[in-house]
Design a protein around this ligand. Structure first.
Ligand code: HEC
Length: 119
């Protein structure tokens, strides 16, 4: 009897996972980058800008002037280092972390573009 109950529970679990996946597109829609970056900016302004104002150096170092790879920034954000606090999933969700990294990359690009335009 218990086995039947567990089987039903496992089936329900698998069905629930299946339906959640069905709604997702198989590929990333191109125009989705804009709202993601906007959301990344919200996350950045909430948690990061007080120490890294606009990606420039503040209490923390600047990171809009060096090509830090995304995985390194993710590690730093999740685990912290020295004075920089760790931001766990309860604070910044995985999805928001993706958006945040996308936003930081646009900050860097904006900075590079400015440097190119400067006389
Ligand atoms: C309390 C201040 C503080 C906050 C808030 C903070 N940081 Fe930092 N951050 C630091 C300090 C200090 C360091 C340098 C750590 C070290 O090397 O000892 C740093 C380092 C970094 C680095 C590595 C820079 C490098 O040159 O290697 C990245 C990337 C970074 N922070 C991103 C973020 C992001 C993204 C957020 C928001 C989620 C954030 N930080 C929030 C203080 C902060």
């Amino acid at each position: 009897m218990k086995i039947l109950l567990y089987t039903i529970l496992i089936c329900l679990f698998l069905i629930a996972c299946g339906t959640a996946k069905r709604g997702e597109p198989a590929y990333a829609p191109v125009h989705a980058s804009e709202p993601a970056i906007a959301q990344g900016q919200v996350v950045f302004n909430t948690f990061c800008t007080k120490c890294h104002p606009g990606g420039e150096a503040g209490l923390g170092p600047s990171f809009n002037d060096k090509p830090l790879p995304g995985f390194l920034m993710r590690f730093q954000i999740r685990n912290g280092l020295g004075v920089m606090p760790a931001f766990k999933e309860e604070v910044i969700s995985d999805n928001d972390l993706d958006n945040l990294i996308a936003y930081i990359k646009t900050l860097r690009k904006a900075k590079n573009d400015k440097a190119v335009q400067a006389p």
